[in-house]
Design a protein. Structure first.
Length: 713
């Protein structure tokens, strides 16, 4: 068990802010503790949301990125202490993409579970009357997107089995097959119909009785798993429904269903390698293995996206990867499963990162040895997928014995590259909230900057390359971006680049260019008609608006102090894009209010009314590097006076009004703190206090007492 680490305010008087000399000495000793202990600078913390009712409080873990996102908002608020709050800022700074429970709380008219998911021109009246059934060819055409884009990545269904179901539906209709078979058919066609919004449209509308019309209908279709014995067919049907929910970014619903699926898998023994048991014939052995690794991959994705503990532990399974049998005769290589095998291996690495960086603090073993092992596994996986994602045009003159490189679709190649850079961010992001003077912080920040820029540039190139020429004003692609992690990757990448610009580690115009390109990609994903891409657009617009305010204030501060013009500027003067006709301004005027109207938030100011007030020079939230350079030309007495003045600046009203700043400043609450809030109170005090991390950088390595909430993740 890890030793308890007290909060900086644990032993001080509640009415006295700061830290005592005894506490400071103890913290210095802890900073130089043995290398085998957990590196306290790499800790991210989850968030327990207070909904006003104790029975509806919800937790989102640190692996979702919520800790870093709140840290970015905190840094922006400290740098713009007089910037007023807006309803958009208050409503969009606390969620992570895919939390559909939060959408339901705000009664979204767009994504409410009671609302029909499809437009009038996408479905038609039921074709299940008499002999009027859809033809086999129509069913194949309607399901083309699923088999081209989803089936190679998650082959939990047998394609011949699905085609046999299509043949039967064309003869007797959807009501003539079993409930389980009907759920499979509806899942496949529902996913394909949603895909058509981002890609090429379907040739004809789909009968309404062949798709899930609402989220409630999809969830209700999974009820069979609760009162029937577990079977492979029931598990396949449940996975199909779960995949449909994931494709629509309904991750909370998919996660709840996933818990049931994992238990069904355990009941069926899918976590044991089928090659060890002789009564499984080869076809069943392969299908059981495929189903398990699909369950495993989806479980890892959901746990990372929502910050949840792992459901399946690696030390409880012994299933071999496809094509890498260890318990029986080696199977002949099958290039069709190379992509699936690569994704299953990445899911394992995703779990390793979660256990390393985001596990419960009382059980987290985040040391250099473990970190090196995870980095090595990620590098090994990146080398293994190199042949799948690399352009082989320059290697076409190989020898006669050279085997041709396997070929995958462009959107699958994009997905692999996305996972590579996304994992780099997840692995290094926790260090970005540590001591900014440390080498660990600097290295992690540069790794994340490179990964974020790679994600956005790769997605932008894909968008421009596969744009549908026949739809110049639309957002359709011939190879659409369908995987739900695209939204999260764009969202976290934009925050990383904005954070780097705020800290002076990336030119502001460069960050602005990448962030602007991310908006075009999000508009393509938003064509699927889910609210989360527009939520991300609103959050990014709020960030860019804050950056513009800071840029303007920094320029004015430099003009008002010509004697210090030689110092480095955090925000260069070359950036000047405050025009209402700029792309960022247009998006900020349109996307933010549109999202807030969808989610039921009122009191949104008209477009263009966000006030920009001048920030006092030398704000307390200046980056350490810029502050040190400015101090070099000033006397010690004047600098002390300026520093005291800066620390007297209040937190911004946006910070005070938002949920993560409910306990700012220099006092402790008079009532008992709610469960899961202790660490964030200390976190806010650490940065909002005049005697905080800037005066005592050693505090960046201090943590709260994990015994207060040992289940914190």
């Amino acid at each position: 068990m890890m030793e308890a680490v007290e909060s900086p305010h644990a032993s001080s008087d509640p009415g006295t802010p700061g830290i005592s000399p005894a506490d400071l000495g103890r913290l210095r000793k802890r900073k130089f503790s043995t290398a085998t202990s957990t590196d306290r600078s790499t800790r991210e913390l989850g968030l327990m949301r207070d909904s006003g009712r104790s029975d509806t409080a919800q937790f989102v873990g640190s692996s979702s990125g919520i800790h870093f996102i709140r840290h970015v908002y905190l840094r922006l608020a400290r740098k713009s202490a007089t910037r007023p709050a807006t309803p958009c800022a208050q409503a969009t700074n606390d969620y992570v993409p895919g939390e559909d429970d939060q959408l339901l709380r705000r009664s979204s008219s767009r994504d409410g579970s009671e609302q029909d998911l499809w437009k009038e021109n996408e479905t038609t009246a039921d074709l299940d009357n008499g002999s009027d059934h859809p033809s086999f060819e129509q069913l194949v055409d309607w399901s083309r997107s699923y088999f081209e884009s989803w089936h190679p990545t998650l082959p939990f269904l047998g394609a011949p089995d699905v085609l046999a179901l299509f043949e039967k539906v064309s003869q007797v209709g959807i009501t003539g097959i079993s409930h389980l078979d009907g759920s499979i058919v509806k899942s496949v066609l529902s996913i394909s119909l949603a895909d058509s919004r981002q890609g090429l449209p379907l040739s004809s509308p789909v009968p309404a009785n062949l798709v899930f019309r609402t989220v409630e209908e999809a969830m209700f279709a999974s009820q069979h798993a609760l009162f029937r014995p577990a079977s492979l067919k029931a598990t396949q049907a449940a996975i199909g429904i779960q995949l449909f929910l994931i494709s629509m970014l309904r991750l909370n619903s998919a996660s709840r269903l996933g818990g049931l699926i994992v238990r069904m898998a355990f009941h069926l023994g899918l976590h044991r390698c089928p090659a060890r048991f002789r009564f499984f014939h080869p076809g069943e052995t392969q299908m059981r293995r495929r189903i398990f690794w699909c369950i495993y991959s989806l479980e890892r994705f959901l746990c990372q996206s929502l910050g949840l503990p792992l459901d399946i532990r690696d030390d409880d399974i012994d299933v071999c990867f496809p094509g890498e049998e260890r318990h029986g005769p080696q199977e002949p290589p099958d290039n069709r499963l190379l992509l699936f095998t690569s994704l299953a291996k990445h899911a394992r690495i995703r779990g390793l990162i979660l256990e390393l960086r985001n596990k419960s603090i009382s059980s987290r073993h985040d040391n250099a040895e473990q970190a090196s092992y995870v980095q090595a596994e990620l590098a090994k996986w990146s080398n293994e997928i190199h042949d799948l994602v690399d352009d082989h045009d320059g290697f076409s003159d190989g020898g006669p014995t050279e085997s041709p490189a396997p070929s995958i679709r462009p959107n699958h190649r994009l997905y692999l590259l996305l996972l590579k850079h996304e994992s780099t961010i997840s692995l290094n992001r926790p260090m970005m909230t540590s001591d900014p003077l440390g080498a660990t912080y600097a290295a992690a920040l540069q790794e994340c900057i490179f990964a974020a820029k790679s994600i956005l540039s790769t997605l932008r190139k894909h968008t421009s390359q596969f744009k549908v020429q026949e739809d110049p004003g639309g957002d359709r692609l011939r190879q659409p971006m369908l995987w739900p992690s695209c939204t999260w990757a764009i969202w976290i990448s934009a925050f990383v680049l904005i954070f780097a610009a705020v800290e002076g580690q990336l030119h502001l115009t460069v960050a602005q260019r990448y962030v602007e390109s991310s908006k075009e990609i999000l508009r393509h994903i938003a064509a699927r008609n889910t609210s989360w891409p527009e939520y991300c657009l609103s959050a990014i617009d709020e960030l860019t608006a804050a950056i513009k305010d800071l840029s303007t204030d920094a320029d004015r501060s430099e003009l008002s102090e010509p004697s210090h013009a030689s110092g480095s500027q955090l925000f260069p003067e070359v950036y000047d894009d405050t025009s209402e006709n700029s792309p960022s301004a247009r998006t900020a005027q349109n996307s933010g209010p549109r999202y807030m109207a969808d989610t039921g938030v009122t009191g949104i100011p008209p477009a263009g009314t966000v006030s920009q007030q001048k920030q006092p020079p030398n704000s307390a939230a200046e980056s350490l590097a810029a502050k040190m350079q400015r101090r070099s030309g000033q006397s010690g007495a004047r600098e002390l006076q300026r520093e005291e003045t800066a620390f007297d600046q209040p937190l911004s009203r946006a910070l005070a009004a938002s949920s993560f700043a409910s306990m700012p400043g220099s006092f402790m609450p008079s009532e008992t703190v709610g469960e899961g809030q202790e660490s964030m109170i200390w976190f806010d005090q650490l940065f909002a206090n005049a005697f905080g991390a800037i005066d005592y950088p050693v505090l960046a390595s201090a943590q709260f007492d994990p015994s207060v909430d040992p289940s914190w993740q």
